[in-house]
Design a protein around this ligand. Sequence first.
Ligand code: RTP
Ligand code: MG
Length: 140
Amino acid sequence: MTIERTFSIIKPDATNRNITGAVNAVIEKAGLRIVAQKRVLWSREQAEKFYEEHAQRSFYGELCDFMTSAPIVCQVLEGENAIAKYREVMGATDPAEAAEGTIRKLFALSKGENSVHGSDSPTSAQREIALNFSDSEIVG
Ligand code: RTP
Ligand code: MG
């Protein structure tokens, strides 16, 4: 059994619609524990740094605009195989391709405005958690 931590964001399309509790209910029902959580408004610099791996992609500017357009809820989730499990709970990037019962199938508006982010590997999780939380803010 591997207990892992992953980094999650509830994105602006979800905070705008006041459905952060509904998203958290899906997370908790899947057996993931929210061990850190804060609502913040990212600066352009924070968004660009967080998504720097996508800097050359066509959607990068649009993505950074979106992620700074309204508050987001940053989280650390803990549980067995949390990284892969949360990717499964989120569903495919494009809600049209997401499986039934996933967060994106339930709530996402489009491929861009897709309600949640989750780390895609242990290396990403470590980087993304460190960028957004200090150790003392995470209480397992
Ligand atoms: P995330 O990083 O947010 O967990 O999502 P992901 O791994 O499923 O998707 P990724 O390829 O890493 O893309 C990051 C985010 O960029 C937006 N996106 N827009 N318009 C488009 O074609 C497009 N493609 C990606 C989405 O918000 C995606 O989650
Ligand atoms: Mg990604």
